[in-house]
Design a protein around this ligand. Structure first.
Ligand code: F6P
Length: 547
């Protein structure tokens, strides 16, 4: 078996070879690229023919992934070992979407009975709310649900609720995350406390933003209905029963999960309660089922046919070998407007690291900035830069074949726009093509020559197209699991722990110090700029002019 250093050393040779060939030439040499580079799993189809890759380069990448110990790490992940080394925890989110018969264990302890028990309590609770059997203090049905949580306790359930239609009889679900009270105020002012259920979602139940929002929402309930409302109108989703009890929520209203579920991987656990209330039991089960299909594919497919592996290898190839600047995600589906936000936390909180699992500084860059927005809106915002800017930003286009609305003409427009953008990035437009086009329109001489450089598209810019037959719960579940596993494969290539997030701690600590700043701030240990700004924020009136 070759060492990872040896297999890594092969990759620049392939990159140099492929840098010298344009994507147009690759297509001319091999019109069969779509067939050769297409992959399907759990109903999702990936076309990676417009990536600057060929079979020898793919093989070299796969060999390198193996040399990085991929198979061992994948088994450790599914085997419930402590793959999150810096916290000594497993990361077994796959158990949360598995059937009752799955034998998942965390560090040797079976977990499926506990997972099933919480899943069943959640289902029964949601059903009772939806059917108005479970009511508020004054006997009225819950018409509105407010999920209070942030990060992984917000982004996943919120994205799912926006992507998928509400099930029959479901309450309206709202989300409050930001510590900016404007969001809580806007949500609560439209609601009636008597018909509102608060779902307070926090793994730790100590997160500053969530506890501030929860405290004020609790006061809003109590002011209208009295202290007894807390036990009837609040439920908690958490791994911290002691703090939940201190808040006044009884144990039977706590939906627990476990420390082996990372926040950004938690939508499948009780953190998905708001999504379950929105979708209903059947829809939520379909979401889990789709993700589980993708898990099985990821666990058992050989590297060459493994969709998360392929997507991770392409990302590594583009950023670490070809020098791409960032990763763009462009869902051509309005209902996936929140998908990029969810994915940003998943990818950048997981792989935004600078040391190896062993704590050694990394020799190569880790996750690129990941950003994007829905098409076609994004075509009128940042696509100019993708086509003619100086840096290359690979794009994942996400397309949904079947429309969920009656406007078939618009669906056709949407899909052809996505394909046109992907093709334009690949083929570009040469100076000669521009000259011909403008000459045909009667432009000549100096004016023609001056116009050409502005109209040239360099092309040769890679993209993938990920195709979903329809945006239903099963395919959304599979799509989310696909990106989760892609993130994991990338972490193996970089040799990092994707399941901790120490990088969010310093800002939290400093916010605490700022809250504790005394009179003149001298004992806080904070820098002069921060103290100056704090003083300006604390003094009334307009900001004084700079000295
Ligand atoms: O952003 C840091 C973080 O710890 C995330 O990992 C997590 O999803 C979020 O805060 C919320 O944490 P909690 O669910 O404990 O409130």
């Amino acid at each position: 078996m070759l060492t990872a250093d040896a297999t890594r050393a092969q990759l620049p040779l392939h990159a140099a070879r492929l840098r010298a060939i344009s994507l147009r030439e690759l297509f001319a040499q091999d019109p069969e690229r779509p067939r050769r580079l297409g992959l399907e799993a759990a109903g999702l189809y990936l076309d990676s023919a417009k990536q600057k890759i060929d079979e020898p380069a793919l093989l070299a990448l796969e060999t390198h992934l193996q040399a990085c110990g991929f198979e061992r790490w994948r088994e450790a992940l599914f085997g419930g070992e402590a793959v999150n080394g810096s916290e000594g925890r497993a990361a077994l989110h796959m158990a949360l979407r598995a059937g009752a018969g799955a034998g998942y264990q965390v560090q040797g302890q079976p977990v499926m009975a506990a997972v099933q028990a919480v899943r069943e309590r959640m289902r029964a609770f949601a059903q009772a709310v939806i059917e108005s059997r479970l009511t508020g203090l004054s006997g009225l049905a819950f018409r509105d649900v407010v999920n209070i949580g942030i990060g992984g306790s917000d982004l996943g359930p919120r994205m799912i609720c926006e992507a998928l239609p509400a099930g029959p009889g479901s309450p309206r679900v709202h989300f409050v995350a930001n510590v900016d009270g404007a969001q809580l105020h806007r949500v609560l002012q439209g609601l009636d406390p008597a018909t509102t259920l608060l779902v307070i979602t926090s793994k730790t139940f100590t997160t500053q933003e969530t506890m501030a929002n929860a405290g004020n929402a609790r006061a809003w309930l109590v002011a209208a209905l009295g202290e007894a409302a807390v036990a009837r109108h609040c439920v908690a989703v958490s791994t911290n029963p002691a703090e939940v009890a201190r808040f006044g929520i009884p144990a039977e209203r706590l939906f627990e999960f476990w420390d082996w579920v990372g926040g950004r991987y938690s939508s499948w656990s009780a953190v998905g309660l708001a999504a379950l209330l929105h979708l209903g039991g059947e829809g939520f089960a379909a979401l889990l089922g789709g993700a589980e299909r993708l898990d099985q594919h990821f666990r058992h497919s050989p590297l060459r046919h493994n969709l998360p592996v392929r997507m991770a290898l392409l990302s590594y190839w583009n950023h670490n070998l070809l020098g791409a600047a960032s990763q763009v995600i462009a869902p051509y589906a309005q209902r996936l407007e929140r998908f990029v936000g969810w994915l940003q936390q998943l990818e950048m909180e997981s792989n935004g690291k600078r040391v190896t699992r062993e704590g050694q500084p990394l020799a190569e860059p880790t996750t690129p900035a990941l950003w994007g927005d829905v098409g076609t809106n994004s075509q009128h915002a940042f696509f100019q830069m993708l086509h003619q800017g100086t840096a290359v930003h690979p794009v994942d286009f996400i397309l949904v074949r079947e429309a969920d609305h009656p406007y078939a003409d618009q669906q056709r427009l949407l899909l052809v726009n996505a394909l046109a953008q992907s093709a334009a990035l690949m083929r570009g437009k040469t100076a000669e093509e521009v000259r011909r086009e403008l000459s045909a329109r009667g432009l000549a001489g100096e004016r023609l020559e001056a116009a050409i450089p502005h109209r040239v598209f360099p092309g040769d810019r890679p993209s993938s197209v990920l195709l979903l037959p329809r945006l239903d719960a099963a395919h959304l579940g599979a799509l989310m699991a696909l990106y989760e596993h892609r993130t994991f494969v990338l972490s193996v290539l970089w040799g990092i722990n994707p399941f901790d997030q120490w990088g969010v701690e310093l800002g939290k600590q400093l916010a605490q110090s700022l809250l504790a700043v005394d009179g003149d701030g001298t004992r806080s240990g904070l820098d002069a700029s921060t103290l100056d700004l704090l003083a300006r924020l604390s003094s009334p009136g307009d900001a004084p002019a700079p000295p």
